[in-house]
Structure formats: C-alpha cells, structure tokens
Design a protein around this ligand. Sequence first.
Ligand SMILES: [Zn+2]
Length: 264
Amino acid sequence: MATKELTAYPLYEGTFSVGLDKKFNRINRDDPPAKGALKISLNPFLIQSGDKNILFDVGIGDFGEDTSTDIIKENLDEIGLTEYDITDIFASHLHYDHIGGLAGRSSGYWELTFPDANVWVSKKGWEKVMAQEEYYDEEKTAFTHFLDAKANLQFLDEKDQPYPEVTVKKIGGHTEFSQVLLFDDDSHKYMMAGDVLATRGEVNRKFAAKYDFDADQSMKVRQELTEKAYEEGYTVMGYHDSHHPLFNLTDYDEQQGYKIESVV
Ligand SMILES: [Zn+2]
C-alpha cells in the first residue's frame, strides 16, 4: 500500500482557560473558557526522521494547573520513545507554555526533561530572556537560568538551516524574535509558526491579536505563511488547536478562503 507513513505526532498536553493573570487553568477539550479568558490547547509536536526524533516546542511542563513533564513523557511512551530518544528540540518562541517542558523539578531540584537533546533557540530571543531581570516570576526565572547553564543550547540566526531538513526563519509578530520552523525531508513537509498561526480557525481570519508584540506583523506573516503552506504543500502544525492540530490547506477560493483538511 502506498500510504505515506505518519512521521509527525501532536503530543497533546491539555486544554486550558487562560485569563488576564496568565495562569493556565485546566478545562476539558470541549469546554468553553472562563468569561473573558482564552481557550488554549497545547500540542508539542514530534517529528521522526531518519535517526532524529525532533520536537517542535515542548509544552508547559510543570507550570500549569495539573501539568507536569510526565505528560509529554507518557505521550512519547505511547509512540515507543523515551525522553532519552529526543535528539533535537526547536522552540518557535520563548513563552513558557512553549518551552516550559524543557525542565522540571518533580524530584525537588531542576532536571532536564530531555537530557540528550540539542535545544535550538533564537540567539537574540534567548539573549533578550537572559537580559531580563525576571522571566514572568521567580520560579520561571530560576528555570531559564538552569537552562542557560545546563541545557545543550544551540543558537539560531535570523535565517538558519541547522540540518538539511530543518529551516528556521525569524518572523517576529507574536514576540520580537518568533520563528517559523520548517521541516522538509523530501517526503514530508511541516510548518510550525508558534502563535502566529496557532489554530485551524486562524487560517481564514484576518485579525490583530492583543497578545502580540507586533500584531500587524503577525497578520502579514500569517497571510504569507498560509500562502506558502498551500502553494508548497506544507502540513501546518497548529500548536494551540484543540482538536485537529495537523492540517493541510487543499484548495483556495477568493470568497471562502482556504479549504482545510485535517491530518488524522
Ligand atoms: Zn502560545
């Protein structure tokens, strides 16, 4: 059978109601968020290619309600992997619901969740985090300093291609140094743009997001990326989508916009 084997998996961590206090309160996948709050699901993505097991973002880890780095380990276990099998982690941007899973302290002290992985981050983005007096709060500041000292951090330039199959470009918008992560190994193509294109619902919607560093830039890049995904056949990875985080744009109509088809 000529079916393409699946090489990418969303590692669903949960769905949360996130209000002005930025706390991630767990809700059911189908529930609405609290009044005035945003509904945010978290899907780190695993891509298997050759001898690499790559993650695009790693979830919130210990920093949400009822969350821990055990969730991503359990999700990997279902695919037959352990945390030691992860070779590379790419971060779309450095908000804690995207990189929180890099380290946990369930044992009482900080430990790397994926001890053998290279952790690829925007060089300027990381410098900005480290230059801040505080990253959200005291605990998360300790988390970033632990990563700075102990993780196998690898720094990415504004346009970079650390492996033949992975290309990273600075897009800004959501944060000053947000990146789009592109994977292409000749048989599979994936695009992950963090919060610039985070759900299926954002594909055909023009909107300026209050939570963005530069909402106009996000709007512009969102449109460019959907065009690119459609024309070049990238499967989009929607990190915050609640039900179908992997999808393809299969058709375009001036009135209706893109036709979206879920992958599994
Ligand atoms: Zn996000």
